[in-house]
Design a protein around this ligand. Structure first.
Ligand code: MN
Length: 506
């Protein structure tokens, strides 16, 4: 056995590739031997047929894949035997490694020879007569050796003339998906010439796909249609352009976030890709793995760039492609990424179930994205956000000084946008550090104005009104009947948002 898999071992570095080492355990059921076909997007896309025999997987690379037309005899080059555990491998073989590129489990099932139990003998003789019971490959097939030359034995794979033979059925084209994950698109290895080629500046790539797509705030009962649900992250929305090894990291309003989050920019720079634009949220996770906006202010929490979309890839604008394809390519791009770059977490179940989970785990809410939707800049209803925790961005329209006489604020007076003006939303008196109270005073004092920006100012003798310029994020328990925040607390300033964008969230 060890000898059979020696070639397999020699070709791979198991410290680098996620493929199973020869000694990986592979418990199997009794019954007929198994087979699988990998759709392998290596330098050339091909299909690897693997038949279980003698405790390993005998393997053939079929460049064009199998055909249901008995007249189509497909070249099949025998390759090294693979370990049985390979039957469960689906993923990306890292760039620079043997067989680099994505590999999907395109088909799987059981087979036997005709007559049964003759697999090793028939392989030796150079003619396998197969009866396949896969999800895609069914009925009788032949695998016939045409040329013997050591490692690269050539065989032909073709369909026997039986009741399931069908020249009109193009199985490779009509069934592109993985039978394990449903994934459809694959990404080949990144060629050295792609990396070396001239690429635009990363900022120019970002401008080609600008502006970002925004979610509309919705109530749970408004979420209709076929949608995929994702965790809603509480951090800074950021798009990154990667081009020729350079990185640009921008907030929604065009703020350069790279100097603020050098670890994120550094991790992006290590991705092996010629050109890409990714979309996501820079967050800090608490110990429970929940993103907390407050943690981004300091150095507490685990910093991550959680990615949920891929808008541009190797010269191709992906925005017109269905959501799922963009997500599959993104997952492939992140297969070997540093841990600072994470993939957004899908949420299983119905909207009600996932909101329950969000409440239990203390998440901000969920985002419901319409299946097969395109990426369209600006706000629309293909992406809906449903919040559970009361989190609200508010315009700072004033403050009250602290009663100790220090140059520090006691509370912020905040408002939300309504029509062309602002509506007063309450007084936020908790959630500050002493340093934050002084810093806010320092920033707000020069903005003082005589008349409040809100149409309905409260009667507060100590109120100091300011021109709305800063945006604060606050947490609160509920809206009161007169449109005020109940029990609000300060979570930080948001310099990625404008005061005029602070509408009341539902
Ligand atoms: Mn292969």
């Amino acid at each position: 056995m060890a000898r059979r898999l020696e070639t397999y071992r020699r070709k791979r570095d198991f410290e680098v590739t996620p493929e199973p080492p020869p000694e990986a355990p592979a418990p199997r059921d009794e019954g007929p031997p198994g087979f699988m076909v990998h759709k392998h997007h290596a330098r050339r896309l091909h299909y690897d047929l693997r038949l279980e025999m003698g405790g390993a997987l005998a393997s053939w690379a079929v460049p064009k894949g199998p055909s249901y037309d008995p007249a189509e005899k497909r070249l099949a080059v025998q390759t090294e035997d693979h370990p049985l555990a390979y039957g469960r491998f689906e993923g990306r073989i890292p760039d620079g490694e043997y067989g680099a590129g994505d590999s999907l489990i395109w088909d799987r099932g059981t087979y036997d020879t005709v007559p049964p139990g003759q697999a090793e003998r028939q392989r030796e003789k150079g003619h396998l007569a197969l009866e396949m019971h896969g999800e895609k490959l069914r009925g009788r097939w032949h695998l016939v050796r045409t040329r013997r030359s050591g490692d690269g034995e050539q065989w032909l794979l073709f369909k026997a003339k039986d009741e399931v033979a069908d020249p009109a059925f193009d199985v490779v084209r009509e069934r592109p998906e993985s039978v394990a994950s449903g994934r459809r698109v694959t990404r080949g290895p990144v060629a050295a010439r792609t990396l070396r080629a001239r690429h635009p500046l990363p900022m120019d790539l970002l401008l080609r796909v600008w502006p970002p797509m925004l979610a509309t705030s919705a109530r749970p009962e408004e979420v209709s249609g076929d949608r995929v649900l994702e965790v809603k992250y509480d951090g800074f929305r950021a798009l990154a352009g990667l081009s020729g090894g350079q990185v640009s990291l921008q907030s929604r309003n065009g703020l350069d976030l790279a100097p603020r989050f050098p670890a994120v920019a550094g991790a992006l720079g290590r991705l092996v890709v010629g050109e890409a634009v990714v979309d996501g949220e820079i967050v800090a996770f608490d110990r429970a793995g929940v993103s907390r906006f407050q943690l981004l202010q300091g150095s507490g929490g685990r910093l991550r760039y959680v990615l949920f979309d891929l808008l541009w890839h190797e010269g191709e604008d992906l925005r017109g492609r269905p959501l799922e394809e963009r997500q599959e390519l993104l997952a492939s791009l992140l297969a070997d990424a540093p841990e600072t770059l994470a993939l957004a977490e899908p949420v299983a179940g119905t909207v009600a179930e996932s909101l329950d989970r969000a409440r239990r785990e203390g998440l901000e809410g969920i985002v419901a994205k319409r299946r097969a939707s395109r990426y369209q800049g600006g706000r629309g209803r293909d992406w809906l956000k449903v919040k559970v925790a009361g989190a609200q961005e508010v315009a700072v329209v004033g403050f009250t000084p602290i009663t100790t006489g220090e140059k520090a604020i006691g509370a912020l007076l905040v408002a939300v946008r309504e029509g062309r003006g602002y509506r007063y939303a309450g007084k936020v008196g908790t959630g500050y550090t002493q340093a934050a109270r002084r810093e806010l005073f320092r920033r707000l004092a020069p903005d003082r104005v005589d008349a409040p920006a809100v149409a309905d100012p409260p009667r507060l003798r100590e109120a100091r009104w300011v021109r709305p310029r800063l945006v604060a994020q606050v947490a609160f328990t509920e809206w009161t009947a007169d449109g005020r925040l109940r029990h609000p607390s300060f979570h930080g300033l948001r310099d990625d948002k404008r005061p005029e964008d602070c509408g009341r969230e539902r």
